[in-house]
Structure formats: structure tokens, C-alpha cells
Design a binder for this molecule. Structure first.
Ligand SMILES: [Zn+2]
Length: 70
């Protein structure tokens, strides 16, 4: 087909900031805001958050977080 992907498609893939919720306590990590208290600057993608990072609320690891649509 070779159809060109419209711009909004790229925006969804490339620019959309996501949120991740801690399944233990419900705390939400927002990529748009980051978590400056732990040195995670606003706009940091979830995959770029260090794997050693833990939930500031309950101490759960990244594996206990799940992407959420808000
Ligand atoms: Zn938590």
C-alpha cells in the first residue's frame, strides 16, 4: 500500500506521554512530570527510568507498575 502515516499517528507513537500506576498502592508516575525528587526529570520515558527506581510511596519495583490510560 505504501500509505503515508498522517501526522497525528506519529504524535501518538512518539510524543504521547504515558502514565504508569503502582499496582500495590496506586501511586502514579507521569512521564510528563517525571519525579524530580529522585532526579527523574520531566519528560523521562518509563523505559528510561532506572530499573533500580522504586515507588516513592510503598517501595515497589518498576515491575509492579502498569501503564494506565487516563
Ligand atoms: Zn507503590
Amino acid at each position: 500500500m505504501g500509505q503515508w502515516c498522517p501526522r497525528y499517528c506519529h504524535d501518538l507513537d512518539m510524543d504521547a506521554m504515558k502514565k504508569y500506576m503502582c499496582l500495590i498502592c496506586g501511586w502514579i508516575y507521569d512521564e510528563e512530570k517525571g519525579w524530580p525528587e529522585d532526579g527523574i526529570v520531566p519528560g523521562t520515558r518509563w523505559e528510561d527510568v532506572p530499573s533500580s527506581w522504586i515507588c516513592p510511596e510503598c517501595g515497589a519495583g518498576k515491575e509492579d507498575f502498569e501503564m494506565v490510560e487516563i
